[in-house]
Structures are given as C-alpha cells and as structure tokens.
Design a protein around this ligand. Structure first.
Ligand code: UDP
Length: 348
C-alpha cells in the first residue's frame, strides 16, 4: 500500500513511517518541517520506500498531488506542545482548521481513506477517570489559548466525521493521549523529554504546579500500532477512538521515576504554572482514557509501560548527546540518526 502521512517528519509521524516501511509499504511524508525534522525520517527515506516532500497541508495543489499518489492518508500535521500552542495560538488554529479542511476535501474528492489524528485535549478539563469517546468536553473560554487549540482539533474531528456521515467519505479519528518515546522534543513543553534531558544533564527537574496533576503516557510504539490497526479496520469507519494507556501517574511520580531510572543526582524544582506558561494558563488535573472501544474494534492492547518509555527516551537522548559531543570535538557536524535496522520500536 502507499500512504501519505502529513506531519510524517514529526515524533509520532516518523515512527508511523518506520512501522509502515517495516511491513513493506511505501510512504510519502508531507511536512512543513516547522516542528518536524528531516532527520527523523532519514533512515526510512534511505530504504527507498519513503520520500519526504517539504510543504504545507494548507497548499491545496500539493495536497492533491500527494493524495493522488497514495491509497490512503494519515493526517497528523498539527501544531504540537502546550508551550507552542499558548504562544502561537493563531498559527496553530489556522493550520489545524485549514489543514483539516484541505486534507479532508482532498481525500474525499479522490476517494482515499483518511485517518485523522486528534488529541485528548478534546476533552479539556474533564477529569473523569476513564474518559470514553462519548464523554463531555469541558472547556474554559475560547480566549484562553489552550482551549482554542482544543476547539481547532474538535473542528478537525467534526469535519472528518461529518464527511463520513453526510458524504460517505472513508474516515476514522484517533484521539491520542500523551504519546511518549524517542524523537519527541521537549522544545514545545512536552514533559518526558524535558525531564530526561534535565536528569541526564544533572539539572533539577522542573515540576510545574504541585506535581499532583496526572497523565496516562502511551509508548509511541503502542500508539503507532493503534493508528495502523485503525486504518486497516473497515469497521472503524466514521468513528472516533481513544488511543492511549490507562495507567495513571502523577507528574511528581514521573519526575522521581526519571531520576531513579537514569541514575541521576538531579533534584526537583517546583515551578508555578504562571512562570512556566504565562498568566491565565489553565492546567488539567488528570486525563485518563478508556480504550475499550479501540480494543474491541481492533484487538489492540497497550504493551509498554511508562518505565520502558523513560528507558527508551534516555537511551535516545544519551546517543544524541554523544553525537553532539563528537561533532563539537571534531569541529564538524555529525548527522544524528537513530537507525532503524535494529530498531526496537519497529516490528520486524
Ligand atoms: N510539565 C512539568 N514540567 C515540564 C513540562 C511539563 O511539570 O517541564 C507538566 C505539565 O504542566 C503537565 C504535564 O507535565 O501537567 C504534561 O505536560 P505535557 O505538555 O507533556 O502534556 P499535556 O499537558 O498536553 O498533557
């Protein structure tokens, strides 16, 4: 099969690219490289089964051209990270809304199957244990940047599912809950890569608020498997599915686990939310998925815990730091590549 992956040079997209290449598919990655990175897909491209096209999902002509080549499309392109989203809410919204429109219309016009990667931010502040796909969205005002992102992604879901309902488009929605693993960058606020890098560098880990807020982290290996299974599953059409792991951990516990598993001597520094994200920021107390629908539809099960994710991120960041140190020592740039040949994240 041939797949178009928008945002395929990003964290989740690049692992999805590797997984599809590993099972023999061909992949066209469309990415504007705003938060993605060509290095993430360098190994996949080197196999000859994947190619990277630099461009925007708001470019109708380019999306159509890529869509025509493909049999199906994973639409992942989106702003990422709470920090980036609250700082650049207009760009995030524009790309989310316009991109979803262009990609959904293109896929429908050409009769291509479409999977839309949504987010657990959809649920907003609803802190119920075990959020199901029918749980309410609990949001603050749209003037709060965080909720405008949630609204933009909800628009994407609504258009993708609306096209199925009213125009018989072949679509499915995956709501991702806190995917973590190698290649995720801490630059946009994501907690695990930030904690791991801080621990490896011997800096204090910056726990925002009092650290009692909790999340359910899903190893990107499991997240990616779910995306492929949902794309392959005919019965999933026209429906949204939670994708995540249901084990909950507080952010303070996460910080302690990172320090322990990396053998770091770092301490923990509590940072007020306003200092981290600016005035008026709204935090979520907890966010935990019920994934029964996904499990029943596809047979998917979460297989890797947060400990494994910490270890994999630490191994990745150690390797990156070693490559950086080497390039500095030699006075030349050494291309960092994770390598896919014996990649533990990819099914053989
Ligand atoms: N967080 C933290 N320290 C950091 C970065 C994030 O304590 O250096 C917290 C953040 O406030 C949130 C949790 O970690 O409570 C998860 O943050 P992330 O941005 O990874 O995901 P999201 O908030 O979107 O679930």
């Amino acid at each position: 099969m041939r797949y178009l992956i928008t945002g395929g040079a990003g964290f989740v997209g690049s692992h999805l690219t590797d997984a599809l290449v590993a099972r023999g598919d061909e992949v066209l990655v469309l990415d504007d490289l705003s938060t993605g990175n060509a290095e993430n897909v360098a190994d996949a491209v080197a196999t000859g089964q994947a190619q990277l096209v630099e461009g925007s999902v708001c470019d109708v002509e380019m999306v159509d051209e890529c869509m025509e080549w493909a049999d199906a499309c994973f639409h992942l392109a989106s702003a990422v990270g709470v920090k980036l989203i609250v700082q650049h809410s207009v760009d995030s919204l524009n790309r989310s809304v316009r991109g979803s429109q262009v990609v959904t219309e293109g896929a429908h016009r050409l009769g291509r199957r479409l999977l839309y990667a949504s987010t657990s931010e959809i649920y907003g502040k609803n802190g119920s244990s075990g959020l199901t796909e029918h749980s309410d969205r609990v949001l603050g005002p749209p003037s709060t940047a965080r909720w405008s992102y949630s609204t933009g992604k909800a628009f994407g879901e609504a258009i993708v599912l609306g096209y199925h309902r009213e125009r018989e488009a072949d679509t499915v929605v995956a709501r991702l809950f806190n995917a973590v693993g190698p290649r995720q960058t801490g630059a946009y606020g994501m907690v695990l890569p930030r904690f791991v890098v801080q621990a490896l560098e011997g800096q204090d880990l910056t726990v925002y608020g009092d650290g009692s807020q909790s999340r359910c982290f899903s190893h990107v290996y499991d997240t990616t498997r779910a995306l492929v299974m949902l794309m392959d599953e005919e019965g999933a059409r026209g429906t949204a599915f939670n994708v995540g792991r249901s084990s909950e951990i507080t952010i303070l516990e996460l910080a302690e686990a990172v320090i322990e598993r990396t053998g770091s001597s770092s301490g923990i520094q509590m940072v007020p939310y306003e200092e981290a994200y600016g005035e008026g920021f709204e935090e979520l107390g907890r966010r935990c998925p019920d994934t029964t629908a996904l499990e029943q539809m596809t047979g998917w099960r979460s297989t890797r815990g947060v400990e494994e994710a910490i270890d994999d991120v630490a191994a990745f960041e150690r390797k990156r730091a070693a490559a950086d140190a080497l390039s500095t020592a030699d006075g030349e740039i050494v291309e960092f590549s994770e390598g896919t040949a014996a990649d533990p994240l990819v099914d053989a």
